[in-house]
Design a protein around this ligand. Structure first.
Ligand code: G1P
Length: 290
């Protein structure tokens, strides 16, 4: 079955980014000239997905407003004869159909995904975490996963290798390699302490899931951090049908972390169509002066 929908959980409080995220959703913080969440939405759109489902909470309406049509702004930009900005703003509101559902309680990522079950229905879907930006020289990360899905028709988690001392920041996958960059998942554990796993294969915020995940999420009891973990439901799924870990092509930036956010700005600014050249020149000067 074709993958048509993507779920993007944006209900989290963004405590890693306080105080910046106190009154502004962390997903609305700017990378060069657009909010983080717009890069995520653009990845989804360029991968051919038709509908996005935001899982939101109170205080996150700026995200929905960003992708909405703003009549006053539209009229003003037309009157002021600013065609380029007008087109850019219009483009954002025409990107894709967006549906928002509320996560009623902050019970964790697994619970956030479960909150989208009635809108997703009985079809495979993508999940993108709003913190994780992926830059790729070839295809968008989601598109790479969709291509693999066409072959395997089973759930996929995107992974990258991380240093052993960082395993406690990720869901870690243990598996057997079945193809280049592809592993069949045998075990998974959420945020294992360094030294407690031999694997360095970490899940990043991109998943392609079969809808069987929903009943498994419903049965999942609180795990790491007292939260309902998607990783735990995925482990249960891997016992029933194949689950693949895919080492995607590209670089992932954790834009929900202060240092990761700075790294993302430097990476995206260098590639920016109109600012990139000047920025690279500036960066060289900065590096020379260090
Ligand atoms: C979540 C997942 C974790 C994954 C990570 C990737 O954790 O639970 O398995 O490795 O995203 O960003 P979080 O960072 O939301 O605590």
């Amino acid at each position: 079955m074709k993958v048509r929908k993507a779920v993007i959980p944006v209900a989290g409080l963004g405590t890693r980014f306080l105080p910046a995220s106190k009154a502004i959703p962390k997903e609305m913080l700017t990378i060069v000239d657009r909010p983080t969440i717009q890069y995520i939405v653009e990845e989804v759109v360029s991968s051919g997905i038709e509908v996005i489902i935001f899982v939101t909470s109170a205080g996150k309406s700026a995200i929905e407003n960003h992708f909405d049509y703003n009549f006053e702004l539209d009229t003003l930009l037309r009157q002021k004869n600013k065609p380029e900005i007008y087109e850019e703003v219009r483009h954002i509101s025409n990107l894709i159909d967006i549906i928002a559902v509320r996560q009623k309680k902050p019970l964790g990522l697994g619970h956030a995904i479960w909150s989208a079950r009635n809108v997703v229905g009985d079809e495979p879907f993508l999940v993108l975490l709003g913190d994780d930006l992926v830059l790729s020289d070839q295809l968008p990360c989601c598109k790479q996963m969709l291509n693999l899905y066409e072959e395997v028709q089973d759930s996929i988690v995107a992974t990258q290798r991380v240093p052993q001392e960082e395993t406690g920041q990720y869901g870690i996958v243990e598996g057997e390699q079945v193809r280049e960059g592809g592993h069949k998942v045998l075990r998974m554990v959420e945020k294992p302490a360094p030294g407690t796993t031999d694997s360095d294969l970490a899940i990043i915020g991109r998943y392609l899931l079969q809808p069987d995940i929903f009943p498994l999420l419903q049965q999942t009891t609180p795990g790491h951090g007292g939260e309902i973990q998607l990783t735990d439901a995925l482990l249960a799924m891997s016992k029933k049908r194949p689950l693949y870990a895919y080492e995607f092509e590209g670089t992932r930036y954790d834009a929900g972390d202060k240092l990761g956010y700075l790294k993302a700005i430097v990476a995206f600014a260098q590639r920016h169509p109109s600012l990139g050249k000047q920025f690279r020149k500036h960066l060289k000067e900065v590096c020379a002066s260090l």
